[in-house]
Design a binder for this molecule. Structure first.
Ligand code: ARG
Length: 461
């Protein structure tokens, strides 16, 4: 009894070189619980169609349960004769039940419909797990936002001071993409919840097995509409890899800001000791390694997606062995996010913001110049002129090394007759932020509403 699932038409066994190339147990063994679940459902379908007696089904199910228990304890292992998880499990089942009964299970299915099904089960499980980890991160960001309802920071475009914004507003701008990622995961799961079981090698089974019953039993929403598509398609894998890569990218954008904010020059945040690392030579160092790993791993996630798409390009229907290469990239993307997200969330949850420093820097770089222009518009000045006047004020102040609110009334008037002393009313960062009061704006009331809306959207998922 070896793990080989074929051999009848071969005079010679596989060469050692082929076996070494062909073997996939080193990575597909983690699919064993799904394969066993699939086998339970398949055995029931065989019984329903009259190929197993009640008693055989019971013994078969008991044997599969023993395999599942042994797998859970780590006692069950593939050996060198096993090509893949499917062959290994059949060998082990036959060792337990004997060839008479154990040999009946494979009727009407193929590794092609099996592997396509197991892959989907694995992704759906881990997709749910990663979704929960993303929710934890969104919660940590939201918590920081709610703890800083009034803190103001320099908002940037082109990495230059642009306009003051609420810290909470900026933080939530990192949360929304993650909320969309959660929605992407949900939409993807809908498409992924289709069972290829029953498609056989590519054409379906002649044994009258019911794919819908197996789909139901395995927790899928429905069976596949086309047996060729069921075994050959991997767009569902690529789409999953894309969503994981997008999560990595969204996390890496926040990571990059935390790295910048944590520099001496910015000084916006302090990292908690438990979520930062030291240097082996420089005793003073406290490094943002979690954020850097997030940035680095996002490249790896994109690589996994790119590799997958490249494997799929130009592949003819139906199953080709190339498709075995879909597993390691997606397993890797899953593993990276499952280890990264908890650490990243811990780092975000324990960030300390230096809100005084942020507020001090917020008006610098003439970031209130737009407020001056918009104040002029409210006084009836056309925006074209208002922009010119505000620009002239910036130039006046820059030449003298002062901020926009420092010139005297006469100096204002010398820049423009429209610049009356009342303009000082908008030359505070609080006034600036409060004035941006449209939906989606950075005014404190709007940001509070935004936080409530975001929380609702996550909890409605
Ligand atoms: N290990 C294979 C995979 O991952 C299982 C399917 C093999 N099918 C075949 N006809 N060789 O794709």
């Amino acid at each position: 009894n070896t793990g080989a699932l074929w051999g009848g038409r071969f005079a010679d066994g596989p060469s050692a070189e082929l076996a070494a190339l062909s073997r996939s147990t080193q990575f597909d063994w983690q699919l064993a619980p799904y394969d066993i679940a699939g086998s339970r459902a398949h055995a029931r379908a065989l019984q329903a169609a009259g190929y197993l007696t009640e008693d055989e089904l019971e013994r078969m199910t008991a044997g599969l349960d023993r395999l599942a228990d042994a797998h859970a304890t780590g006692a069950l292992q593939p050996d060198d004769s096993d090509e893949d998880v499917h062959g290994a499990l059949e060998r082990l089942l036959i060792a337990d039940l004997g060839p008479e009964l154990g040999g009946k299970l494979r009727a009407g299915r193929s590794r092609n419909d099996q592997i396509a099904t197991l892959g989907r089960m694995h992704m759906l499980d881990h997709g749910r797990r990663i979704g929960r980890l993303v929710i934890d991160l969104v919660d940590a960001i939201s918590q920081q936002a709610s703890e800083h309802p009034a803190a103001i920071m320099p908002g940037r475009t082109h990495l230059q001071h642009a306009q003051p914004v609420l810290l909470a507003h900026h933080l939530l701008a990192h949360a929304w993409p993650l909320v969309r990622d959660l929605e992407r995961l949900r939409d993807w799961a809908d498409r992924a919840s289709v069972s290829p079981y029953g498609a056989g090698a590519l054409a379906g089974s002649s044994l009258g097995l019911d794919p819908a019953a197996i789909a139901r039993e395995l927790g899928f929403a429905r069976p596949a509409d086309n047996s060729i598509d069921a075994t050959a398609a991997r767009d569902v894998v690529a789409e999953f890899a894309f969503v994981l890569a997008q999560i990595g990218i969204d996390v890496s954008r926040l990571a990059e800001e935390i790295i910048l904010w944590n520099t001496k020059e910015f000084g916006f945040v302090r990292l908690h000791d438990a979520f930062s690392t030291g240097s082996s030579i420089m005793p003073q160092k406290k490094n943002p390694d979690i954020a850097e790993l997030a940035r680095g791993k996002s490249g790896r996630l994109v690589g996994n997606l790119t590799g997958l798409l490249t494997t799929l390009k130009g592949l003819p229907l139906a199953y080709n062995r190339d498709l075995q290469e879909d597993k390691e990239p997606v397993f890797d993307s899953v593993a990276q996010l499952e280890v990264l997200l908890p650490a990243f969330t811990g780092m975000v949850a324990t960030l300390t913001f230096d809100t005084e420093r942020m507020a001090e820097l917020a008006p610098q770089g003439f970031s209130l110049a737009t407020d001056v222009a918009e104040w002029l518009v409210r006084q009836g000045v056309p925006f074209r002129d208002a922009h010119e006047i505000s620009g002239a004020l910036v130039r006046y102040c820059e030449e003298r090394g002062v901020e926009l609110d420092e010139p005297g009334d006469d100096e204002y008037r010398a820049v423009s007759e429209h610049l009356t002393p009342e303009v000082r009313g908008v030359l505070t960062i609080e006034g600036s932020v409060a004035s941006r009061a449209g939906v989606g704006g950075t005014a404190p009331d709007r940001v509070a509403e935004q936080l409530a809306a975001l929380t609702r959207r996550v909890h409605d998922l």
